[in-house]
Design a binder for this molecule. Structure first.
Ligand code: PLP
Length: 396
């Protein structure tokens, strides 16, 4: 893959692996091990696991190499690792880089919050979770020696924006590293490594996979940082099956087309919902009225396919709206071709008490939408009929 190509070209061609038949797509090397003509060849493969096929759990399998080259190109990284799940990437990264202490700033994925509050402390790793309004405590923790900062932007579920450039500078002043979970934005809209971050992680289960049919994760960064994470992936056995890696590579080829369309549809829906009397607040960083719009416009080239509504009323009102939707599926997860609706207070953030949710900007009346690839007007019609309580059961 020649350097200097643009994003869409990387999506299609990065990692190309032409076999002796000229296969247009990388073949699936569905094998656990690879044989060598001589012991000396085997020993040289062992010393060069990033380039030579050897053993699939190590990640040294040509199908995994191919998707990792694609993943690295999309985030502008020197190197990438593919994982069996987003949580595998996040946990390996925390174990590799977080032993000096980890601070998570702002809202984050529930699994990440759980790992930081329960499992990692059991291993003696110091962790701190700072609410969005506690950013002023970060400097003191970094001065205390916490070595890894974790942030998401846009955040789950209220889609607020963290200034990644400023956060990198703050972490680096103290010799700490910044890891960004870029699942919600995708590299189509935001490239944290270009803003100075040290590591990017993804739940590839979401937009990178894009069709709600695979579970995978990814980590991208400099070769030095990726080498630190690689040994944990290997020893914890977190590599995906070659079939899954190939399916992810297939999906990445269309990432830019899918996400650009999802950006456009989400903005169109955000504008329509902002004018609806049953909606108290629309959270979408692409709306010029959003308090985070200026920072978002500086660090993002598109605003994503996630959109969150606070409706007037109560928890039960929000449930009635979600249950009244016919086209949106009532399901957790995000980033697929089908639109989804969830209530954070009952799903992803049910583990927090109500007061803590409120302090984190997650009212009971919140509904999080993942916008798929359906027609924007059909989605708006569905939301309007559900908000106005016109639903019988119209589920498709
Ligand atoms: C879903 C998700 C994860 C976890 O990914 P899995 O693939 O389910 O392990 C991590 N971060 C964010 C932002 C997510 O949405």
């Amino acid at each position: 893959m020649a350097e200097g190509h643009r994003f869409a070209t990387h999506c299609v061609h990065a990692g190309a692996l032409r076999d002796s038949h000229g296969a247009a797509r990388p073949p699936i090397y569905n094998t656990t091990t690879f044989a060598f003509p001589t012991t000396s060849d085997l020993r040289s493969a062992e010393s060069n696991p990033h380039d030579t096929a050897l053993y699939t759990r190590y990640g040294s399998n040509p199908t995994l190499f191919a998707v990792e080259k694609q993943l690295a190109a999309l985030e502008g990284a020197q190197a990438a690792l593919v994982f069996g799940a987003g949580m595998a990437a996040i946990s390996a990264a925390c174990l590799a880089l977080g032993r000096g202490g980890i601070v998570c700033l702002g809202n984050a994925y529930g699994g990440t919050l759980g790992l930081l509050s329960d499992q990692l402390p059991q291993l003696g790793i110091a962790t701190r979770l700072l609410r969005p309004d506690q950013g002023d405590q970060l400097d003191a923790l970094l001065a205390d020696g916490y070595g890894l900062v974790i942030a998401e932007s846009p955040t789950n579920p209220e889609l607020s924006i963290q200034d990644l450039h400023a956060l990198t500078a703050q972490a680096h002043r103290h010799g700490a590293r910044l890891m960004v979970d870029n699942t919600f934005a995708t590299p189509v809209n935001q490239r944290p490594l270009d803003l100075g971050a040290d590591l990017v992680v993804h739940s590839a289960t979401k937009y990178l996979g894009g069709h709600s049919d695979l579970t995978a994760g990814a980590a991208m960064g400099s070769s030095a940082v990726i080498d630190e994470v690689d040994v944990w992936r290997r020893q914890l056995g977190q590599t995906p099956a070659p079939e899954t890696a190939a399916l992810l590579g297939r999906s990445l080829a269309t990432l830019h087309v899918r996400v650009r369309e999802q950006n456009a549809t989400a903005l169109r829906i955000a504008e329509a919902m902002a004018d609806h009397p049953a909606v108290e607040r629309v959270h979408y960083p692409g709306l010029p009225s959003s308090p985070d719009h200026a920072v978002a416009a500086r660090q993002m080239t598109g605003f994503g396919g996630m959109l969150t509504l606070d409706v007037h009323g109560s928890l039960e009102t929000a449930t009635r709206v979600v249950d009244g939707l016919g086209l949106f599926l009532n399901a957790p997860s995000l980033g697929g071709v089908e639109s989804l609706a969830t209530q954070p207070a009952l799903t992803s953030h049910a583990g927090l008490d109500r007061g803590e949710r409120h302090r984190r900007g997650i009212p009971d009346t919140q509904i999080r939408l993942s916008i798929g690839l359906e027609d924007a007007e059909d989605l708006i019609d569905d939301l309007v009929q559900a908000l106005e309580g016109r639903a019988a059961d119209r589920r498709v």
